[in-house]
Design a protein around this ligand. Structure first.
Ligand SMILES: Nc1ncnc2c1ncn2[C@@H]1O[C@H](COP(=O)(O)OP(=O)(O)OP(=O)(O)O)[C@@H](O)[C@H]1O
Length: 237
């Protein structure tokens, strides 16, 4: 791989603030965030409810805009892009996962994973090949023909992971991806996320309350009242 591409920062954010108008006043949801995420780096973001995790994730993937500050993803200035350009960047280079898998229950696992490729208007044979490979990577090759509603919670979250990876993103965000899973299944998904991030050179940012995720991350950052601090990545009991 080209060394310049391999070492280029995936995320470079500086001085991000986000104010929301609220009840005649202002909520300062983010108050000056600096963040750098490198390729293959698995970063866990920890913070109490209301500390600003979701706001930060949304800004880093261009679903929301900061009040001030700058965000570069893969060297591109997000704030200089229009909505169409940001949507294209998400479609081509960013993967997303949430607490709920959000599968279409009557579509098969394979059809669910193909959805982002349909949006990119990829030809059907190539779509099918890439979606099958993504399902194999998350260990669900044998479930490709099962409908969303026939899968367990953990399997559904694996399908969601395959869907997030199918277009080979360079940056991935996950908001509480283990929040609805039992601890063993949560551990499996976390391990899978870690392996995929390292093997496929993906910068991964996970907002979570789950100690299993903190303990698996390469780096743990803490957000409190809209400000970040780094934590020592020691095992948390
Ligand atoms: N659209 C909005 N309008 C007004 N205030 C908002 C809006 N979105 C978020 N906030 C406020 O910004 C702050 C940060 O919210 P955010 O959702 O980012 O926190 P969080 O850490 O993700 O919380 P949780 O863990 O509960 O999801 C909170 O005080 C919240 O009430």
């Amino acid at each position: 791989m080209d060394t310049a591409i391999a070492t280029e920062a995936i995320v470079r954010a500086s001085g991000i603030t986000r104010d929301y108008p609220s009840g005649g006043g202002v909520v300062h949801a983010l108050r000056g965030i600096d963040l750098l995420i490198k390729p293959s780096e698995f970063v866990a973001l920890r913070g109490r409810s209301g500390s600003g995790k979701t706001t930060l994730l949304n800004i880093l993937i261009g679903l929301d805009s900061p009040t001030s500050g700058s965000v570069h993803i893969l060297g591109k200035d997000l704030l200089k892009m229009n909505e169409t350009e940001r949507a294209r960047l998400r479609r081509e280079s960013i993967g997303m996962m949430f607490q709920n898998a959000h599968l279409f229950p009557s579509l098969t696992a394979l059809e669910n994973v193909e959805i982002p490729l349909r949006l990119s208007k990829m030809a059907s044979a190539q779509r099918n090949k890439q979606a099958s490979e993504a399902l194999e990577r998350v260990g669900l090759g044998k479930r490709a023909k099962h409908r969303g509603m026939e899968l367990s919670g953990g399997e559904q979250q694996r399908v969601a992971l395959a869907r997030a990876l199918v277009h080979k993103p360079r940056f991935m965000v996950a908001d509480e991806p283990t929040g609805n899973l039992d601890s063993l299944t949560g551990r499996d998904i976390t391990q899978l996320l870690r392996t995929l991030s390292h093997e496929e050179n993906i910068g991964l940012l996970i907002a979570t309350h789950d100690p299993v995720v903190f303990n698996s991350a390469d780096r743990l950052i803490h957000i409190q009242d809209g400000l970040l601090s780094e934590e020592m990545n020691l095992p948390i009991q």
